[in-house]
Design a protein around this ligand. Sequence first.
Ligand code: CA
Length: 219
Amino acid sequence: MKILVIEDDQMIGDTLQRALKKSGYTCDWIQEGTQAEALLANGEYSLVILDLGLPHRDGFSILTAVRAKKIETPILILTARDQVSDRVTGLDAGADDYMLKPFALEELEARIRMLLRRHSQQKTSLLSFGALSVNTVSYEVTYESNPVHLSSKEYKLLMCFLEKPKVVFSITQLEDKLYGWNEEVASNAIEVHIHQLRKKIDKKAIKNIRNMGYRLGEL
Ligand code: CA
């Protein structure tokens, strides 16, 4: 899952990016939000962490513009502005959560998981599809009750398919979801990960749709 961090503070942005990567998310970080709607338009991000005090354009204006474009990506405001009126404005403008700085990383990550669950209409951290189960907190995957050991990229790829089981993803879309801007992608990386998923889970787990891409198969 890919998270976009919009934060101008170098230290906070850096800390967030490191922590989120360590927790298995792909994370892109920008220090101002002029391009926010364009970045969010293709749906590659699962969540946005948005600061309010930003150069060029205030976080509220970004939030309002994104929602006006009917982009429904969950947005968590992370700010030092602790006035009730700011919280009300943020939530009314379409933010899904509002968290104050300074913050505890564990709490931020729990809220991220909550928002991702809510957005995918999951009630718990345990996902199941047929014989496959995924615990999205411990990252444990089982198939027909046997543990499946996935690399972090394989896990992320599997989650892309599980989040939208009926959607056919092109290779480019999958690359965008799996890799951050500064990561190099080998030309056949996605095919290799898909091959591994089929090998580790079941060869029917990911379906190839000719000339279009891949979607979740039979589990
Ligand atoms: Ca700021």
